[in-house]
Design a protein around this ligand. Structure first.
Ligand SMILES: CC(C)(COP(=O)(O)OP(=O)(O)OC[C@H]1O[C@@H](n2cnc3c(N)ncnc32)[C@H](O)[C@@H]1OP(=O)(O)O)[C@@H](O)C(=O)NCCC(=O)NCCS
Length: 171
């Protein structure tokens, strides 16, 4: 799977992306919505989870590579998440802090949504976002999404209020 946008390439992560992944998942500012930075074992577990998702579904969180430098600057992709006793397809994104505020997350998120609609035959995609995470909610809005629900998510032993954003495929 390779997805191209104007400035970015999205592709499956490999073990060789471990250090770039550490720059994202070990940064406390990036990880505040996830209750703090990951240790090395948690980074490896995250990567292994994506490998498992690629095998099981053919998609997961992908590496986002900046064409200009050929460097991995973030992650964006699709995953199946639990919501109201069913599975929904989520567009997710986490970027290295030094690459925020350039529109890269929105560009990647839009590409993932279009891939879900055009290649995976999804009719609706979602983003599940912590209520305090305004930057992420703004990406969802730029991805054409609106808020459709609020609920509590249990993650790393903490109850966190979340908002559910979604966008439907125009048929
Ligand atoms: C969520 C996250 C990826 C959003 O990053 P972001 O930089 O705010 O979003 P974008 O990459 O879409 O950039 C948008 C910004 O770039 C600006 N921009 C600059 N050039 C642009 C361009 N060519 N196109 C679009 N926007 C552009 C926009 O005006 C906007 O500015 P703002 O940050 O002042 O509002 C980032 O905050 C992050 O990694 N957070 C930690 C992880 C996380 O919480 N993930 C979500 C979990 S639900």
């Amino acid at each position: 799977m390779v997805l191209e946008t104007q400035r970015l390439t999205l592709r499956e992560m490999t073990q060789g992306d471990f250090l770039a992944l550490c720059k994202i998942l070990q940064d406390a500012d990036v990880m505040y919505a996830y209750e703090g930075a990951f240790n090395l074992d948690e980074v490896q577990a995250w990567l292994d989870k994506q490998f498992k998702r690629y095998k099981e579904y053919g998609f997961g969180m992908w590496a986002v590579v900046l064409k200009e430098t050929d460097k991995m600057i973030g992650q964006c992709g699709l995953s199946m998440q639990d919501y109201n006793n069913s599975k929904i397809m989520e567009v997710g994104y986490l970027f290295q802090k030094e690459y925020w505020h350039n529109g890269y997350a929105s560009e990647a998120a839009i590409a993932c949504k279009e891939y879900a609609f055009d290649k995976l035959n999804a009719t609706e995609v979602y983003s599940i976002i912590r209520d305090t995470n305004t930057a992420s909610q703004n990406v969802a809005i730029r991805n054409g999404m609106t808020c459709i629900d609020k609920f509590i998510k249990h993650y790393r032993g903490v109850d966190m209020p979340h908002v559910l954003f979604s966008v439907k495929k125009v048929l």
